[in-house]
Structures are given as C-alpha cells and as structure tokens.
Ligand binder design. Sequence first.
Ligand code: F6R
Length: 608
Amino acid sequence: MCGIVGILGKEPVAPLLVDSLRRLEYRGYDSAGVATLEEGRLTRRRAEGKLRNLEGRLKEEPLSGTIGIGHTRWATHGRPSERNAHPHATDRLAVVHNGIIENFRELRQELEAGGDVFETETDTEVVARLVTREMRKTNDPAKAVAASLPHLRGAFALAFLFDGHEDLMIGARKGAPLAIGFGEGEMYLGSDALALAPFTRTISYLEDGDWVVLDRTTAVIRDAFGAKVKRPRIQTSAGAFLVDKGNHRHFMAKEIHEQPEVVGRTLSHYLDMANGRVRMPEGLPFDWKAIDRITMSACGTAYYAGLVGKYWFERYARIPVEIDVASEFRYREAPLSDKGLALVISQSGETADTLAGLRYAKDCGLPVLAVVNVPTSTIARESSAVAPTLAGPEIGVASTKAFTCQLAVLACLAIGAGRARGTIDAAKERELVAELVKVPGLMADALQTETAIEHVARDIAKATDVLFLGRGTNYPLAMEGALKLKEISYIHAEGYAAGELKHGPIALIDEEMPVVVLAPRDAIFEKTVSNMQEVAARGGRIILIADAHAAHDAGIEPAGTLVMPEMAPDFAAIAYAVPAQLLAYYAAVTLGKDVDQPRNLAKSVTVE
Ligand code: F6R
C-alpha cells in the first residue's frame, strides 16, 4: 500500500518526486526515499518516518539528477526503518515497489544459495536482486525485467531505474495500480492520477500483467505475454494543487465539517427534488425487477456503510442483501444467484480485497455496481456500472465524509430500486426523498453541538475501553463510531447491537466504562431505552446521542448528552454519524494523537 513515482525529466527531479510523494503519503508514511542518477551513478536518500524527514535529508544532501524514482512506504515485510526503506538498490539498479511478493522467501533462499547477500528484511529486495542476476547474464535492462517478472507471485507495481541509463525507466504492474504520465519531452510513472497531477493530465493506466519501457519521448507497453499493446490515453481531472486544511487544524476536522455540503452535492446528483423522485445512474446493465439478491462486499468504514444500506434495500426494495467484509467474501466461495447483483463500496476504489471480491462476482457472471469516490480508480474501471459519491478528495486517513456520502448514495439506490420494483409507490418515494433532502441541514445542526461534544470527548479520552450501542441502522453506526475512536485515539472500543448487550458484553460494564448510545426516535426507541436501563442499573456511564427530550423520556440520567435535532428515523444514521465522528476526533485531539495520519494505518489498502 505504498506510493510510487518515477520521473524522466529535464530538471533536477528530487523536489518533484517529493511533491508527488506528498500526494501519495495517504498510502503510507512509515518511511520515504528517492533514487536518482548523479552523473550516471545511482544515488539514494532515504529516511524513516514521515516525508518531512526525507525532505530534511535532501536539504542536507541535495540530489541533482534529472531522472529518478520515489517511494512512500506502509511496511508489510520488515519494520519501518531507513534500512528497509525503498528504493532498494544493487550496483545495477534501484527499484520501488507497491504490493507484496508472496514467494519472496523461496526467491530469497534461491538467490542466497547463488551468493547474494541481502541487506534488508523486505520482500522487495528479492526483485532488485532477481533483476540484477538477469542483468549480469544479458546486460539488457528490458530483457532482465521481462525474464524476472514471471518469477514473482503476489501483487506489485514496480518502477526501476538503472545505473548508467540516463534515459530509461521500466514499470510493471500486477494486482496493484500503475499509471504512465505523458509530458512534453518528459515521462512519468505513478501509483495514481493524483501523484501525476502536478506534471501532466494525460495518463494511461497499465492493465494487469503489463510492463512498460519508458524514455523521455516514448512508452512501449507490453502485456504479460510480451506482445506490444496500446492502452488508452485519458485526460484526468485530478487537481494539480493539494487540497488544504482551510481554517481547520486537521484534514479530518475539515472533512467532518464539509459533510453538509458534500452530502448535499451527492444527493442533488441522485434526486430530482422538484418532483420528489430518485434519479438512478444511467445505463445500468440489469433490471432491478429481475434482481433476486444483492451481494455486498467492502472493507472497514465502507463495509459499515454497506451494512446500513442492507437495512434500506431490504426495507424499501424488498431485496434480500447479504454482506461480507471483502477479505472474507473473496475466499469463501459463496454461491451467487444468477439473478443477483454484486454491489461493492469503496472510497479509494483501490482496496485490494474489495477489488478481488468484485472480480469474483464478475467471474460468477454477476453485474457489479460500484459505489465509489474516485472515478478513475481500478474498482470504478472494472465495475459494470458506477454510482459515484461526490465527496471530493478525502485526505484524513479516518474516513468521514466518504462514509456519509456512501450512505446518501445507498439510500437513493434503495429508494430507486424500490420504486422500480413496485415495493414503494410514488407517494412513499416522495416522502422518503423529502426526508433525504433534509439530511444536509440536520448534519449542519449536528455540527453546532461541537463544543458539547468536545467536552464529552475529554471524558472519553480518559477511558481505556468504550462501548457503542445502537439498533437498526444505528447498529452499524455504533460499529463505525467505535472504529473511528480506535483508529485515531487508540482507545479500545466496540460497537454492539443494543439488544445483544445482555448476551455477553454487559459483563464489561462498571463505573469506569463509557457506553455511547445512538438513540434516534425510531420504532424501536423503547427497546433501546430498556438497554440503557440495563446499563444504568449496573452503574455504567451513558453518553447519549439523541434528541433533547430522549433522556427525560427514557428516565435516565446520562453522564453526557449530545443533543441531536429532531428528525424522522429513516435516514437518521447519516446525521448521527456526525457526533460519532466528532467524539472520536476530539478524544484523539485531547490525547495529542496524530489525527490525520494515525499509527500503522494508510488511507488506501492495496495489499490484502
Ligand atoms: C476507516 C477507513 C477504512 C476504510 C477501508 C476501505 O476510517 O478509512 O476502514 O474504510 O480501508 O477503504 P476504501 O473505502 O478506500 O475501500
């Protein structure tokens, strides 16, 4: 899940590589490094930790080469350290890698038996040594790469730089994305369009198994069988300028605050507000009436969005939904109905497990609809149809605005499907659309309670464990709230269906344990009240997220209340996401954690 970039330029490339790596830091920030040719000789600078450490190194020891490769790492094999940082190099070449070489142990043993001495604990070093071994035989970089690639199992995007070759770079991809960027007498490689945006808008995505030989004016692409192939050149819209934090301290805060706007934008894309109707994406290659099952798969926050969506699809469109985390779905050989629809959800559109789930469903002959935020992503490109979320770039590692936009899209799709199948009539559609239209305003109201949330979060920050409870669509939201808290504050948290409490987790409750209850006024509010009574009876400290009268009506005295505006229950989960996110945000800020780049995580998980 690392980010890679390569530049064959006219000017010194080190600052440009760093600029591009800054845009790729969302893929990992355990270490970073660059390699260039200084008077024809391979030279590297690497540093453990965030990109700014590498920048410091480059200030002390600048590089002047006009060809170079760069890398930002999310460690898979070998702990984060300068020694394990990419580029990995031999006397002949340097390489940067995103992905995992699954057979690296076998290859390493074989190379060591042949006399190679390894310097790092990484899987990538085998690639450097394998290609170097071939180079010693042929002295031809392209032939050496071509002979080496078939030995590599797993997923990879690679960029190679060769000692003494001032006008040559080789890239290869299998299972991890890699794009070529075309400039004026300059050529680029990058993990995604965002990385290349400062340099060019004209790009080609390599397809699986492709490898490419670049000089400053040409790109010769071959497929896995060695045949020359052409891949379409497209114009991307990825902005050249990095999105900034505005007046906020962190991207996450900015993104939480953007939600009324981006959810509103997403809803306007799907709703014909004047007529109270849902506009479905055009050209869907299936008929909603013929669908007998939806199979959803996604990871992390996107999976929780899918879980909420399941309630809506089953309620409004009466379509049974099964949903899995994609890392399970891809391997469990699920029998899929030939009248089924696969629905995948992803912010980045590059998540390896979600992509594998998509491919499994496609191989089974199902149409795949992707709810995705990055329109140029692999998942968007490989799906039969795309239902976009219009959240804009999400930079904070913890997903916030992408989640609520995913919910908005799933709600629209469920209503549209219900109408197409005749399970809701025009009047119900109008009623639901009218409720959805109110959601951005309700989210804005929820943001007004920020000061109260900040106060409660200081209390949460003292806890070692936190429980989140909810029912119906607020049950997945409880899990999402717990995930947010875990990932940015490192406080242990679990989300449970409120009714499940007495089947085990209630044993955890004591005076120390905050229990966050998401309790909008829905048809099962009374049931949630009973669960809160159970917590209160055992001395648990309830943090209630509900409307102003809920605590009084429930007959409890919460340790803290986050007051939400009154709203109809159908889509309350979208607005209730706001206090759950802010609670995690302020707990992390109170604890002084790195909110936008929490330890061990990366924004885009392109390895399984
Ligand atoms: C949590 C988070 C992750 C992602 C997950 C899927 O805040 O961001 O759990 O939701 O890695 O990523 P995408 O949506 O890019 O497929």
